[in-house]
Structures are given as structure tokens and as C-alpha cells.
Design a protein around this ligand. Structure first.
Ligand SMILES: [Zn+2]
Length: 237
């Protein structure tokens, strides 16, 4: 009798009947390396698979992640943090204009510092924005029955792709002498809205304006929220 290392069920077989974990892992050898590299290059799993599927069919891919299979996509919170990091690294490397969260406040105000933090930490601030947008989506798409956390997962995935699109256009903007970064932001946002709408139901035409309104209200309430915190700190000091 063996004990499953994953879920502690007693197991008499080679695989755990409860969670499917193999009882004995084989040692890592060349075959393992070939398989791992192969699965990345074949796009059947991992970061490239995640990006490709999210661009081609975001709604279906994320519904599958929520309801059926969580092994093939990169974990959503990791995904948004990595995508935001890629955006920030490329933004500094290629020195394109960072227009994602634009702001201009007095240099030594708390509001300035907060907005500065937001633009230096897009990974975390995207998750915070996601929380605000998710609340509005929950209201506007109530009848679909998804809970707040499932909607937050949806946003981590689609906003992550948004960041990658911003990065691609930013790099292109600085390489070729053409002002396309603004169009990049537009395309990124349009992707996000399209993906949200088709996650719920791509045939319902009203889902598209509802996605737009939820996203917009989410961004506005996020901005008002951090602005209010900054204003309170400034008023007290
Ligand atoms: Zn198990």
C-alpha cells in the first residue's frame, strides 16, 4: 500500500484513483527533456499555447480553463504578472511612450507617488484594476452565474494579452519611424472587450457594449479610488 504524495489517499495502483497523480515518478532523463521542449514547441501546453489560444479563441479557452482543464494554460495570476513584466521591460529597453496609465500631478504629492507606483508595477496594478472591472462585469453579466473570482481569472488572461499587444506595438513604434503606439493601445483594449463579450456569449450583440461599459466603469472607479486615497493622504499631511 502506497500513499499518494499529492492528496494522501491510500493507493494500490500505479496512479492515484482520487487525483490521478502517478505513485512513482520516473527519473528525469533525456526523454523528459525532449518531451518538455517538444510540448513547448508543439504549442500543446505552456506559455506559447496560452498566448495562441487566448488570441484565437479567448472565450472558449478561458471557459475550458474554468470548467474542464487547468493543466494546459499558464496560471492566470502568473500570466498577468509575467505579461506586465514583459511590457515594462520592453518599454524601458525600447523606450517607447508609456501611455497605459497616463497621469500628471504635482511632483511631491501622494497622488503623484501612487500613480507612479501604479505605472512602475503594472503586474500588481493590473490585478487591482481587474478587481474593479470584475465587480462591474459581475453586475452587467449577472445572469451568466459566474462568480467574482472566475471573472477575475478571465480578466487576468485577457488583460495579460492586452499587455503583450501593447508591448508588440510599442516595440514596432520605436523600431519603425511610425506613430503606431496609440493604435496599439486601441487594439489592445478592443481585444479585451471582444474577449470579455465572447467569454459570456459571442452571439449576444449586447454583450459587446456591456463589456465596454464594465471595462470603462472599472477603470474610472479604480482611478477615482486611488486618486481619493492620494487626496486623503495629501490633505492629512
Ligand atoms: Zn492523489
Amino acid at each position: 500500500m502506497n500513499i499518494c504524495k499529492n492528496c494522501k489517499t491510500e493507493v494500490t495502483l500505479n496512479y492515484c484513483p482520487n487525483c490521478g497523480n502517478p505513485i512513482k515518478l520516473t527519473r528525469i532523463n533525456s526523454q523528459y527533456i525532449v518531451q518538455e521542449v517538444g510540448s513547448v514547441l508543439n504549442f500543446d501546453k505552456g506559455i506559447f499555447y496560452t498566448i495562441r489560444e487566448l488570441i484565437l479563441r479567448p472565450g472558449k479557452t478561458i471557459r475550458q480553463f474554468i470548467k474542464e482543464d487547468r493543466n494546459r494554460l499558464v496560471k492566470p495570476i502568473v500570466f498577468i504578472i509575467i505579461s506586465s513584466l514583459i511590457y515594462s521591460i520592453f518599454q524601458q529597453l525600447f523606450n517607447f511612450e508609456d501611455g497605459y496609465v497616463g497621469y500628471s500631478f504635482e511632483k511631491d504629492s501622494a497622488i503623484h507617488s501612487i500613480f507612479n507606483w501604479v505605472s512602475k508595477n503594472y503586474g500588481y496594478s493590473n490585478i487591482l484594476m481587474g478587481i474593479f472591472i470584475a465587480l462591474w462585469i459581475k453586475i452587467f453579466f449577472k445572469k451568466y452565474g459566474y462568480n467574482f473570482y472566475e471573472i477575475l481569472i478571465l480578466l487576468c488572461f485577457v488583460m495579460g494579452i492586452g499587455m503583450l499587444l501593447f508591448a508588440v506595438f510599442g516595440v514596432a513604434d520605436s523600431l519603425i519611424d511610425l506613430k503606431i503606439i496609440d493604435k496599439g493601445y486601441l487594439i489592445g483594449i478592443l481585444y479585451i472587450l471582444w474577449a470579455i463579450a465572447q467569454f459570456f456569449d459571442k452571439k449576444k450583440i449586447w454583450n459587446y457594449p456591456k463589456a465596454l461599459v464594465s471595462y470603462f466603469l472599472g477603470m474610472v472607479t479604480f482611478m477615482i479610488g486611488i486618486y481619493a486615497i492620494g487626496a486623503i493622504i495629501d490633505a492629512m499631511s
